[in-house]
Design a binder for this molecule. Structure first.
Ligand code: HXC
Ligand code: NAP
Length: 294
């Protein structure tokens, strides 16, 4: 087994920090939580399934020696989110950063969706991020606490849009708008607001819902990426650690894309010329050079 790479940040970079990660029991949330713990933070992980959280918390504590609190909370329910704030404060006395990572998503032609199907994604992704940001933000503002960070996990299709995941695209676009809006409005309270837009990072939650069965073979996401590979969890976790840490104290309202160049390749009109055989370029060049004065 290959050893996990060390973080780019030094081991005490997040010492005395308390960081809440929604959806922190699985996938990228779990990987971020682990990275924060290794950098000295205490972490609260939350999602709907207490048994998943308890197992993740026990494993993370064993792997890192850090303090992990596992709190079941449906981010769609504001009362549960308020209770989450209380649980965090009771246990750790304060919270320094909130990572809005919890999400729901699945592929479907939009005309096959019921209104309820659309709503469930908007509720988890947009309202979940709104509820957590509002509850933690109100708490910080009421207490007069400063040097706080909100980090939202969006996607690159938050600004390009994407067919077949339209509820998710709408919801993530809303999260992006909230990120930029509150970066300005809440800066006066000492609350920074930033986002990460990941490209493809393999996780069970995403892959089972976005590339089920033979779709995985037919639509290789790695082939769409100029760097020709998927992201590695530690690459995203390091970026998240930087953005919740005081080292990024002057970064506010930013969305950092980490996708190996994927969305730009899709956007560039001529990027499909990648498919041209290298040997054909001499002939193409002479055709183009041959066009004179027409
Ligand atoms: C059409 C569907 C559907 C599907 C559910 N529905 N799945 N419609 N196609 N595949 C409909 C249901 O019929 C119902 O509508 C409504 O959606 C709510 O479904 P429930 O199963 O009752 O909802 P719930 O139990 O709350 O589950 C939410 C969920 C589920 C989103 C559907 O997948 C989930 O729990 N996901 C959490 C984790 C997750 O999704 N992770 C992936 C994140 S990846 P009706 O009308 O019948 O009542 C990600 C990556 C982005 O965001 C970019 C990648 C590159
Ligand atoms: P994941 O493992 O499925 O993570 C989603 C998490 O959200 C789960 O832990 C889930 O736990 C939790 N969750 C869902 N509904 C919730 C609710 N109502 N309340 C509280 N928690 C809820 O998938 P992932 O790939 O790691 O995704 C993490 C984040 O990265 C998401 O924001 C996703 O959009 C983003 N992202 C991922 C990729 C990728 O390639 N993987 C690309 C772009 C963006 P429960 O179901 O137990 O509640």
């Amino acid at each position: 087994m290959t050893a996990e790479p060390k973080s780019m940040l030094r081991e005490d970079a997040l010492k005395d920090h308390v960081i809440v990660v929604t959806g922190g029991g699985t996938g990228l949330g779990r990987s971020m939580a682990k990275c924060f713990l290794r950098l000295g933070a205490s972490v609260v992980i939350t999602s709907r399934k207490q048994e998943v959280l308890d197992k993740a918390a026990a494993d993370l504590a064993a792997e890192t020696g850090g303090a992990v609190l596992a709190v079941a909370c449906d981010v769609r329910k504001y009362l549960e989110v308020e209770q989450l704030v209380q649980r965090c404060v009771e246990r750790f006395g304060k919270v320094d950063a909130l990572v809005n990572n919890a999400a729901g998503n699945f592929i479907s032609p939009t005309e096959r969706l019921s209104s309820k199907a659309f709503e469930v994604i908007i509720d988890i992704v947009l309202m979940g991020s709104v509820n957590c940001t509002l509850a933690f933000g109100k708490h910080w503002i009421a207490k007069g606490e400063t040097n706080k960070a909100v980090l939202n996990i969006t996607t690159t299709y938050a600004w390009t849009g994407s067919g077949y995941v339209v509820p998710s695209a709408c919801a993530k676009a809303g999260v992006l708008a909230m990120t930029r809006s509150l970066a300005v409005e809440w800066a006066k309270y000492g609350i920074r607001s930033n986002a990460i837009a990941p490209g493809p990072f393999p996780t069970k939650g995403a892959w089972d819902r976005l590339l089920p069965g033979e779709l995985m073979e037919r639509f290789s996401l790695a082939k769409r990426v100029p760097l020709q590979r998927m992201g590695e969890h530690h690459e995203l976790a390091d970026l998240a650690a930087y953005l919740v840490s005081p080292f990024s104290g002057y970064v506010n309202g930013e969305v950092v894309t980490i996708d190996g160049g994927e969305w730009l390749k899709g956007a560039g009109q001529f990027s499909q010329l990648e498919a041209v055989e290298p040997a054909m370029w001499d002939a193409i060049e002479s055709m183009v050079r041959g066009v004179k004065g027409s």
